[in-house]
Design a protein around this ligand. Structure first.
Ligand SMILES: NC(=O)c1ccc[n+]([C@@H]2O[C@H](COP(=O)([O-])OP(=O)(O)OC[C@H]3O[C@@H](n4cnc5c(N)ncnc54)[C@H](OP(=O)(O)O)[C@@H]3O)[C@@H](O)[C@H]2O)c1
Length: 333
């Protein structure tokens, strides 16, 4: 059924993922006349069904199918795009790369007449560090070349808070905050970045579920204002020493930070995700510890959150802090 004239259809790619779900949930609560079209390859999944119950229009689409994507983008005003660049389908040397996939999807969106294109991205580490610390997978930026959209906006999520509730991440970083080591500590170990020795250089981190979805929501409210911007999105920044200290305060459990002398000490076990993390540490060590290559700008993040919440008829709320995140997820322990 064709949408009513004043409705704006926003297509969310990866709607069942961490970022896509947060963006979908916030947009669904908007008081604008948005229709939120959530794309998934598995409409029967629990997550897709949950989004459907909350009012999302669930559309089955595989990003690798032009037919699916053309149908999914029909009548779309807005498009949120986040591909996962370690997805198996883009890791096959014989097949398309993540950049190939991204270019195709942006081209299809332009052909479909999308007006506002907002995508998950980052700035180029090679550019930030004058070529000293490139991160393959973070350096290909092409969407801004497209002239067809009224607005093209990048949203750059910091490190996720969600990593601290993920067993695989916990394992890659020494077990914190889920698995105690042999000495009974919840140990977080990583190359040193920023922190206590350098004021103002904490680890820039975002809660995707609490804050990032609302920030992206706000970009859809004033797209022309943000046209051609890449917006660094964060909730809090902190040293790893303070992070483990706060965890102990909240839970009473023994936790510690063991810094690694060099980014080269971060074990990669041949995993492409961990190899990239090693590159990210090298990059951050060359950029004052800043994931964004620049100091915190929580004022902009808070302003975006406020705008989205006002649009939803909700009272203002502060960006979540690291400590409150731990209280929320581990406070009852
Ligand atoms: N972890 C961090 O700290 C961090 C920080 C900044 C940026 N990032 C970046 O964030 C990205 C991952 O985003 P995320 O965490 O939201 O990922 P995610 O939770 O894994 O979600 C990815 C979604 O994409 C959908 N998808 C995958 N292949 C698809 C295809 N062929 N066609 C259509 N949909 C497809 C999947 O939905 P269905 O299965 O339902 O189809 C899935 O829900 C990565 O590139 C990562 O580098 C991560």
């Amino acid at each position: 059924m064709a949408p009513a004239p004043l409705q704006k259809v926003i297509v969310v790619y990866g709607a069942t993922g961490i970022q896509g779900t947060a963006v979908t949930l916030s947009l669904l609560a908007s008081r604008q006349n948005f229709v939120v079209r959530a794309l998934t390859r598995k409409p029967e999944s629990e997550k897709a069904q949950m989004l459907a119950r909350l009012g999302a229009e669930i559309v089955k689409a595989d990003g690798h199918s032009d037919i699916d994507m053309r149908a999914a983008l029909e009548n779309a005003w807005g498009f949120w795009l986040n591909t996962h660049h370690h997805d198996e389908a883009v890791m096959n040397p014989e097949g398309p790369t993540d950049e190939d996939l991204g270019r195709r999807l942006v081209t299809l969106a332009a052909e479909a007449g999308v007006k506002v294109f907002i995508y998950s991205t980052c700035d180029s580490p090679a550019k930030v560090t004058n070529g000293k610390a490139p991160v393959p997978g973070m350096d290909e930026l092409f969407a801004r070349e497209f002239q067809e959209f009224d607005a093209v906006i990048g949203a750059w999520p910091a490190w996720y808070f969600e990593n601290f509730i993920d067993a695989e991440y916990a394992q890659a970083f020494g077990g914190f905050p889920l698995q105690p080591d042999q000495e009974g500590y919840l140990t977080f170990t990583s190359p040193r970045i920023g922190g206590r020795t350098k004021p103002g250089t904490g680890v820039q981190t975002v809660s995707v579920a609490d804050d990032f979805g609302e920030m992206v929501h706000a970009l859809f409210l004033s797209p022309l204002k943000w046209h051609r911007c890449t917006v660094p999105c964060m909730s809090d920044s902190f040293s790893y020493e303070d992070m483990v200290g706060a965890f102990t305060e909240v839970t009473g459990k023994k936790a510690r930070y063991l810094p690694m002398p060099s980014y080269k000490d971060f074990p990669t076990h041949g995993s492409s995700v961990l190899v990239e993390l090693q590159d990210v540490y090298r990059y951050m060590q060359n950029a004052n510890g800043w994931f964004f290559g620049a100091p915190d700008d929580t004022a902009t993040c808070q302003q975006l959150k406020d705008e989205a919440r006002a649009d939803k008829g909700l009272p203002p709320q502060r960006l979540i802090s690291m400590k409150d995140y731990f209280v929320r997820h581990y406070g009852g322990n």
